[in-house]
Design a protein around this ligand. Structure first.
Ligand code: SAH
Length: 366
């Protein structure tokens, strides 16, 4: 049996109905199964007690409900929890729960590793191992929501774990459709934030989606010269192209594009950078989120001190740019931004390189 073709978590509710109808089973049972999987977190057909017993037996023969397996769970002093999840092929990813921000937030991955190779990000050191499927992306939220008891509560999702979501466009958008379905977890797209380095063709495509998540752009620099050293993709899609695309992006009346700006001491944290950033963002409905670097061995940058971060923020605020400073969460368990890295069954070139670095910084944490 081809397990992937029969894995129901790769299907949205409409596709699930069609799959059942092709077996001669009435489509509404598909909606029931979808609700069992997502709303109730039940993955064994025999426990889906409102389905006829014969149907449950047929389903068990024909279909699977593949779910990421929890390898380890770690909780930080501030309540942030990180899950190491094992996928069906043995690959590992990390997903994070951040309580009270003030909303409850799940930070999930869209790829195993990442191809973008941003200079200050540990995930970037892994290289891209593979894309996640829609079922694996949505599966992280399904597992975390039921583990934390929040499946019926209101929560946010940020696509800020491992990977570049716009580099895995179709699976990411399908996962958001599955997660948004009212019969399941019902997460409205405005509760979802997609963070991207700015893959321009995919960003233009996102602008045409009927239901759109909030957008966060990883800007990180105010000149092409600096940005290209930090975010290699900038050599292909430069600042002007990216900011023009942001200007055209259909932001809803109450929403703003978030510009993430990782602060690196003596690289991009000067008063001149702050002034230039304010100029670059003029005419865009945006807000800036400053991310003081989460330092890690193997990352060749330093975090600026708090005074430097405040001075930068003040310059933006004086120029009427909305600005906030991201509090890093879960640093003691390496759950903070840019700290997610796992070892797959076979290390990628990036991992092999990283594991040769001093002090064992890239060892998986259990
Ligand atoms: N690929 C997407 C999502 C990745 S992570 C993107 O790049 O937007 C979310 C944010 O964390 C990004 O803005 C990323 O640049 C930032 N980040 C990566 N490494 C970091 C680090 N060491 N310290 C602080 N922020 C970091």
């Amino acid at each position: 049996m081809d397990r992937s073709a029969s894995n129901l978590t790769e299907l949205d509710a409409a596709e699930l109905e069609v799959a059942l109808e092709s077996l001669g089973v009435p489509g509404f049972h598909g909606r029931q199964i979808f609700a069992w999987i997502y709303a109730r977190g039940v993955t064994r057909f025999e426990e889906m007690t409102d389905l006829p017993a014969t149907l449950r037996a047929t389903l068990a023969e024909r279909f699977t409900v593949v779910t990421p397996h929890i390898e380890t769970t770690q909780t930080a002093a501030d309540g942030t929890t990180k899950w190491l999840l094992r996928l069906a092929d043995g690959r590992l990813i990390e997903s994070v729960y951040i309580p009270d921000t003030p909303a409850q937030t799940f930070c999930i991955s869209t790829q195993v590793g990442c191809a973008m190779a941003c200079a200050f990000c540990l995930t970037g050191k892994m290289g891209l191992v593979r894309n996640l499927t829609a079922g694996e992306i949505a599966g992280q939220v399904r597992v975390l929501a039921h583990q934390t008891g929040l499946a019926r509560a209101t929560f946010n999702i940020v696509l800020m774990g491992m990977g570049e979501p716009l580099h895995n466009y179709d699976a990411t958008m399908k996962a958001l459709r599955i997660l948004g379905d009212e019969r399941g977890l019902g997460v409205h797209p405005r509760r979802v934030t997609l963070s991207t380095v700015g893959l321009l063709p995919a960003l233009e495509r996102l602008a045409t989606e009927p239901l759109m998540p909030n957008l966060a752009i990883s800007l990180h620099a105010t000149t092409d010269e600096t940005r290209s050293t930090l975010v290699p993709l900038n050599k292909r899609y430069d600042l002007k192209g990216l900011l023009d695309a942001c200007r055209r992006f259909p932001v809803s009346r109450r929403a703003r594009i978030t510009f993430e700006y990782v602060m690196l001491a003596d690289v991009n944290d000067s008063a001149e950078d702050a002034r230039r950033l304010a100029r670059l963002l003029s005419g865009i409905r945006g807000k800036v989120n400053l991310l003081p670097l989460n330092e890690a061995p193997g990352i060749p940058f330093r975090r600026p001190d708090d005074a430097r971060v405040s001075a930068f923020a003040r310059i933006l605020a004086e120029r009427d740019v909305r600005v906030s400073v991201r509090k890093s969460r879960g640093r003691d368990i390496r759950a903070a931004c840019g700290q997610l890295i796992v070892e797959g069954a076979r290390p990628s070139t990036g991992q092999q390189l990283a594991s040769r670095m001093p002090d064992g910084a890239m060892e998986p944490r259990h």
